[in-house]
Design a protein around this ligand. Structure first.
Ligand code: ATP
Ligand code: MG
Length: 567
């Protein structure tokens, strides 16, 4: 490819809506162009990367025995009604109508569609196991589309689904996908770690997310030296048995104007850990008070699960006042106005001498012994794990890291196959239900995560497996017959060896050309000019290396040296 013929536009300025480096670089390097909020056009360079990532995904799916299919993006509402998700998916799902006023969803995922396809093609245990996948566009009406391709409204996803005769067999399909994921991310040059994850709204028994650790990540991950790693939505800690010294009877103290734990803690000159933070939630319409340590945050996913509720949300101010007799900031577990259920984090069990809200505005209680003074119905794990919390597995302190979720594997069990009657003749009993797994990879998000993990001050540093072109040949003197010939020969020789090359034949200053090449981040750069030829050949440098590693090689040896540099 000749640069002069290619549709490439690089930008000097960062796009104004980009907060993270990879988003800035995606746009500045001319890989994508924003069409509207959360919607992007892949320009030729970006499309090349996307296709390379998708090709790696496809190869590894095929290697793992999965078979490629393609399902409609426009999915009839009937299928979603069968699983019950037409209602429960909520506003994240785009819904459209055809001219006959029939309802459809724009696929946010495809469990329903695939179960429909499999239940009508598989009837016997002899046809199982089977894993199918597609690489297809998905649509989600994200509350906050941002970070470029990381969280967009339309994105390319590889979604795979496995069907098995039993739970044990399904574990094997899951393991095969898990291994395939490790290979995929490694081949993309990514350092991605599997972490335990909550199974969320999709449901199911167990799941792992693959995360690329990066400051820009939207997810928190608790990680321990021993190998334990879990999404903060799910992560658990070990709480030592606690038996604080006895304390005198509670005493009320005025705390004018101090509402947050930080303010009261400053006012009373006591550390946050000596406070109980009390919040009123409404779970499926019923108020419940939740108490956690003053230094901690409620994990609403754990709370929802513990309460077995469909939905939990913070109560509105009127409910808080009604239930406790005070406004938020002065609420506590000791004698609230109404007889409300109170649940507390297990880390508070056996705790004494706490400060809590007094259920009277601008007042707190000190010397609270939870067992003696409050009616706690249950102690449970209800908080978000923090840096320094103790690992349940090994007893060491955990660290909190940030991650970008690039892939997700789920053991779904029979949630969808039951609801949608995907059954097979088992040989023994008739009509056994298939056991299912589902496995997603965000192809665009993976592409951007590679940039996030592999860039420097000058631009992107592509691993050769996904570089838009593996090699850029910088022709510094276009029109000079000897230089043109050398550049052309190297291009031809590299293409013969299966390496993709772009020749920068533009009439631009070398500085401009080098800047562009560094910004886009082609893995290897070859410089050919009248001067370099006089010096004995061409200069070869890997994007990841600094200038001192530049090699000068004769034109005839250039292709071999490039192939070596790519390896
Ligand atoms: P998140 O928690 O980031 O919203 P999710 O858990 O809802 O993602 P899954 O349903 O597990 O996502 O989808 C599989 C994969 O699709 C994710 O691991 C991610 O790589 C990708 N993905 C999900 N939502 C988006 C999005 N809005 N834009 C780009 N990629 C996405
Ligand atoms: Mg997920």
């Amino acid at each position: 490819m000749k640069w002069s013929k290619a549709l490439i536009q690089t930008l000097r300025e960062d796009p104004s809506d980009a907060e993270i480096d990879s988003h800035k670089l995606l746009v500045r390097a001319g890989l994508v162009k924003k069409t509207a909020g959360g919607l992007y056009t892949y320009l030729p360079l970006g499309m090349r990367v996307l296709r390379k990532v998708a090709a790696i995904v496809r190869e590894e799916m095929d290697r793992a025995g999965a078979q490629e299919i393609a399902m409609p993006i426009l999915q009839p509402a009937e299928l979603w009604k069968e699983s019950g998700r037409w209602e429960t998916m909520g506003p994240n799902m785009f819904k459209v109508k055809d001219r006959a006023r029939h309802d459809y969803a724009l696929a946010p995922t495809a469990e329903e569609a695939v179960v429909d396809a499999i239940r009508s093609t598989v009837s016997s245990y002899r046809q199982l196991p089977v894993t199918v996948y597609q690489i297809h566009w998905k649509f989600r009406d994200e509350i906050r589309p941002r970070f470029g391709l990381m969280r967009s409204k339309e994105f390319l996803m590889k979604d795979a689904y496995s069907f098995d005769v039993s739970s044990e067999a399904a574990d094997e399909s899951y393991a095969a996908m898990y291994e395939a994921y490790k290979r995929i991310f490694r081949r993309c040059g990514l350092d991605a770690v599997p972490v335990e994850a909550d199974t969320g709204d999709i449901g199911g028994k167990s799941s792992h997310e693959f995360h690329v650790l990066a400051e820009a990540g939207e997810d928190g991950i608790a990680a321990c030296e021993c190998g334990y790693a879990a999404n903060l939505e799910k992560a658990v800690r070990r709480t030592p048995v606690r038996n604080d010294p006895e304390c005198p009877e509670p005493e009320i103290v005025p705390t004018p104007g101090a509402k947050t734990i930080e303010e009261v803690s400053k006012f009373m000159e006591r550390p946050a850990e000596s406070f109980v933070k009390s919040l009123v939630y409404v779970a499926d319409g019923v108020p419940v008070m939740v108490c956690v340590g003053g230094e901690r945050d409620v994990n609403e996913i754990k709370l929802k699960r513990f309460l077995g509720a469909k939905a939990v949300e913070l109560a509105d101010p009127a409910t808080v006042l009604d239930v406790t007799g005070a406004n938020a900031g002065s609420v506590g577990p000791v004698k609230p106005a109404k007889d409300v259920r109170i649940v507390a984090d297990v880390g508070l069990k056996g705790g004494r001498g706490f400060v809590t809200g007094a259920n009277r505005d601008d007042h707190h209680l000190r010397n609270v012994d939870l067992a003696r003074d409050a009616k706690i119905s249950d102690y449970a794990d209800l908080v978000v794990v923090r840096e320094g919390d103790i690992c349940e597995k090994c007893g060491k302190a955990m660290k909190i890291k940030r991650g970008i979720e690039v892939g997700h594997v789920f053991k779904l069990g029979t949630k969808y196959t039951d609801a949608m009657k995907a059954v097979f003749k088992s040989g023994e009993a008739d009509d056994a239900v298939m056991v299912m797994g589902c496995y997603g990879i965000g192809v665009g998000r993976t592409m951007q995560a590679i940039i996030e993990q592999s860039h420097d001050a000058n631009g992107i540093v592509w691993p050769s497996s996904v570089s838009p072109y593996q090699v850029v040949v910088e022709n510094l003197d276009p029109g000079d017959a000897a230089v043109d010939a050398a550049a052309g020969a190297i291009e031809a020789e590299l293409e013969k060896r299966g390496v993709d090359v772009i020749v920068d034949d533009r009439e631009e200053r070398p500085g401009v050309k080098f800047k562009d090449a560094d910004l886009i981040g082609f893995t290897v750069r070859v410089v050919v000019g009248a001067k370099s030829l006089k010096n004995g050949g061409v200069e070869i440098k890997r994007r990841a290396d600094d200038k001192s590693k530049t090699k000068i090689v004769p034109v005839e040896g250039a292709a071999a040296a490039v192939v070596e540099a790519l390896a």
